[in-house]
Each structure stands twice: as structure tokens, then as C-alpha cells.
Design a protein around this ligand. Sequence first.
Ligand code: HEM
Length: 607
Amino acid sequence: MVPQSQHGSPIHLIHRSILLCQGKHEHIQEFFSGRLQHLTSFVLPWEFVSISPLISISTSMMAVVFRIIQAAFLSVTSWVLWKLFRNYVLRKPLDNIPGPKPSSWLTGNISEFEHRKSGWSFTEDLESKWNNVVRMKGIFGEDMLYVFDPKAMHSILVKDAHMYEKQEWALTLTTVLFGKGLLSVAGGHHRQQRKMLNPLFSIAHMRAMTDIFFQISYKLRDALINETSQGRNEVDILNWFGRTALELIGQGGLGYSFDPLVKNIPNTLGDAIKCALPSIGGTLMYSDLIPVAYKLGSPSFQRRVVDMIPIKAVKEIVKNIDTMTNECQNIYNQKKAALLAGDDAMVHQVGEGKDIMSVLLKANMNADEKDRLPEDELVAQMTTLVFAAVDTTSGALTRILDLLAMHPDVQDKLRAEIKDAHENGELTYDKLVDLPYLDAICRETLRLYPPVPSISRGASEDMILPLSEPIVGVDGSLMHEIFVPKGTQLFIGILSSNRNKALWGEDALEWKPERWLLPSTKELSDARIPGVYSNLMTFSGGGRSCIGFKFSQLEMKVVLSVLANSFKFSLSKNRDKVVWNSAGVVFPSIGYETTRPSMPMHIELTD
Ligand code: HEM
């Protein structure tokens, strides 16, 4: 997944709104500037006084300097004020797109949209109360678009994707956090990295990883059996899934074992990853400070600047990122040494050289000079993969178990399917991926509860956004396409697309795995949703879609098949205290007061 703060931070938006206003409104700006200058010359009467010829010259020079400073100050002030407040006085191209009233004149709809408590219901309202393209307000009245019209999403993510890149602040932020990995680069640089990495996520590679995944899932099963045998039937299942997802990407992705999964022990790296996203959420207000620091001086100077930011949440992030980066650099060094030592050394590594990074390192060595990735970008891929893989998949697995605990009938049916498919106590890759009910449960959960509810992009030029269905504008006119001004921030409404009643039917808000056992509807096939997976936007679409979606599906299926075969899951006595928090990646916690992700679950061994 997608470990970046996806929503525009206020500072970013202020900064961007300043950059945006160039060209056509300059005459108004001059007028505004002139008025202010005139006004403040009364407030600041810096007239020079002639006492003697000598003093008169220096005083007159001083007066000139004062005048220049005064003019510069006034120009800058009026320019900033104009950029900040122009949204309240000018008519703008997106005024005609209906959308919710901003709850604050300063922060628009941002605080509701990004709030961990209200974010989910606010987003649900965007889908149920408005059109498939909704105008939202950002900081200082800036217009933003929330989009879940299939054709518009296709334009943003596929057809015109080069004009709707991730915004610079987001790329810089992930560069500072993870280095120049897939999440942090754009354009040709991104295409070059995807070209090297795409083959590593093929079905053939996934198949080769199945055994590793089963071995890790058996360790998880044994650890949970150990818990129950000691009378501990209430477990924090999110914690166990977090550790398992880390071990799966560790062994499958990096060829490295982070966690023996033997008992409930603290894990520095696991904790760093688990806390990284929630702690980033707390710094959205300051995220633009990091890109600013990034442009100042050398990396060591930048680091000192970041270290000096006296904000606890920033310090927490830096600590987490350091832990991740150092661990990944160590793993890289070991892997490189084994690769140089030859095939014998590789097969003695964890994962026997089948993991993604081992294959990448080999492919990189053999690649043409122009395609080859430098060492820092290889290490950055490791941090990126670990970060993107863990919270998303562990959150999805936790959601599935939560739903299975709420629906014991579905759970029983799933268990029966899994038990039936075993031959000599084992499940092969082909049997596993073909289990229809398991597949339906995974898809339905990822549809209704996408771990990443929305992603963000920015229009780099004035664009025309095509629509599948025309929308009625505020003035009552029918709009078949939308003019999107350069610099507009757009959100792809993953949650809304996955729940769109026009496509999924009147029961779109119900969790019904059975819907996947029926043929797809005409509405869905005709819609041409640009998602890479089953008409869902859960893993996004186009050249920046989730590279790990097959990896993630396989790990979910392996873990579920092993656990459902051995355990019965039921709701914990503390389940009513659990809330699912809206965030870059949705997570459960015990109430909203804590940022610590957690999900208590009652488990029992099956007969
Ligand atoms: C249920 C699990 C997952 C979900 C819902 C998910 C979702 C997503 C989404 C929505 C994006 C697009 C982000 C954007 O464009 O802003 C993305 C990108 C990405 N995901 Fe996942 N992801 C999951 C699991 C994984 C796993 C297991 C891995 C690694 C093995 C992974 C690696 C990545 C990477 C590297 C990207 C960036 C791709 C690029 O920019 O080219 N994800 N993911």
C-alpha cells in the first residue's frame, strides 16, 4: 500500500494556492496591491527630515531604503493576501460542480474528510448525496474534486495519468521517509522502476512463494494454539496479523526473517511499521515543512533541520523511519554479499533466493546499464515494500476475521470448503486460489471495506475530465465533461466506487460474499472501472496501481485457509469498544483516544 499522507496538508494547500494564482488575475492583484500601499503609507509615515546637508543626504538615503522595504513588504503582503482570499471573491471554473458546504471557512471540508472518526461517514455521504464527481473545499476556499465516475477515474489513472501525477509534496514526503522507491518517483523514473519490478510480482513468482507463506502461517497457527492452550483465548489478532504480514513480506519480499512468531514478544521493526502510519496522520498539518527542508542544503543538513523540528509526532516518525531504513540497509548488505558469493550462498539464505529482492538484485545486475537501478534505489524499494505491505494486508485480514466472527454461518461454510479441499493434510497453490467461497469472502471484504479509502492526485495542466454519466450543475445545466484547472487536487473515491449502488445494486452496502458466486452484472461490465482487480478500485488502476496485489491476495488466502482450518473465531467481549478509524490506511483501535491499532478477538480450537 500506500504509505503516504494522501490528503493535502493545509500548509501545502496555502503554498499551492499561492503558486496557482498566476497570469489572468494580475490586474486585480495590482489594484489590490496599490490600494494597500496607499493605505499603509498613512499607517507608516516614514518621511525623511532635513536637519543639516550631511544628515539630509544620509536621511534621504535611509528614506529611499525604507521606501523600498515598505514597497516590498506591501507587495508581498498584498500578493499573499490576494492568493489566500481570491477564492472567496472570484467566480471559479469548479463553482458549478455541486458538493457539500464547507464546515469551516478556513479549512473547508478537510477536517471532516480527514478526521479519523468522521472521515468514513463523510465519505459515505459524498457517494450517497452527490454526483459521481463532487466538489469539496480545501484550505482558504480552494476547490478540490472527489471523483468516482468510472470514465473520469480512467482518465486520471490511465489515459491521461501523466497529467495527473502524485503531487510534489507527496513525492517529496515519501522520498524523505523511504528514499527513492516506487512510492516516491514519477514520470519516466517511475516507469523505469516499474519495468524492473513488475516481473517479480508475476503469478509464477507468487506460486514459488506459496510454500514460504504456508510455513509462516503454520508458525502463526502454532503460536495461537500455544496462546489458547495457556487459557488465553482473547488475542489481539491485529497484532498477530501485523507480525505475520511483516514476516511474509520479510521472507517473501526481502529474503529475511524478522520475527520467529513463537510468542508474543516485542518487535522493534514491527512496532516501527505499525506506528508509522498513525503517527504520520498526526503531522498532516506540517507535512509541507519536510519538502521545504528537503530543498535546503545537503542531506545531512536536511536531516539536522528535520531533527530540530520540535514536534513529538515528527520525532516519532523519524525514529520509525530510521529503524526501517537501518534494518533494510543491513539486509541489503547481507543479500549483496551472498549474491556475490554465488548460488550456493544464495540458497542458504532465508527464502533460498526466491524472494523478490534476491530476484531483483540478480535482474538488476544483468540489466542494460540504462535500466539498472542504483543501490540507494534498491534499498528504498525494500523500505517501500515493507511499509506498503504490512498495514494494508494485516488490516484487511483483521477485517475479514471481524466479519467472520459476526457471521458464524459464513465462517462454517468457509471452514467446510477449506477442509474439503485438503489432500493428505495439504492444500496446493492451484486448489487454494480456486476455492470459490474463500475468494468471494476476500473480494467482498476488499470491496466493502477497502483498506485505502481514497488516493490523491494533482492536475499538472488545465484538463478536461470526461464523464460516463452527465451531471447536473449547480445552475441546473447538464455537464458532460468538467474543466479541471491546473493545480486542482483530485481524490479518487475508492470507497465510493466500490459501494456505488448504480453499479453494485441496491444491496451495495451489505456484506454478501455470495454476490461473487453469480455472474457479473451488465452494469458492472459496461462501466469499465479502471481498477486492476475485479471491478474494484481497492488496488487502484493504471501504471501506479498496487504492485503487490497478487502477493497480498495470496498471503490472505494462505493465512485464512490455515487459521479457519484450526480455529473458530467469535467476537471478543470487548468488541463493542472497537472502532475502525478512517486514515490513509484504515485501522481498528479500542476507542478513539488511542492511536494504537488493536483488535481483540476470541479464538477456540475447532474439534
Ligand atoms: C490489501 C492490501 C493492499 C491494498 C488495499 C493496497 C492498496 C494500494 C493502493 C490503493 C495503491 C495505490 C496508491 C496510490 O496510487 O496513491 C497501492 C500502491 C502500492 N502498493 Fe499496495 N496495497 C496492498 C498490499 C500491498 C502489498 C502486499 C505490497 C507489497 C508486496 C504493496 C505494494 C505497493 C506499492 C509498492 C505501491 C506503489 C506502486 C507504485 O506507485 O507504482 N501493496 N497499494
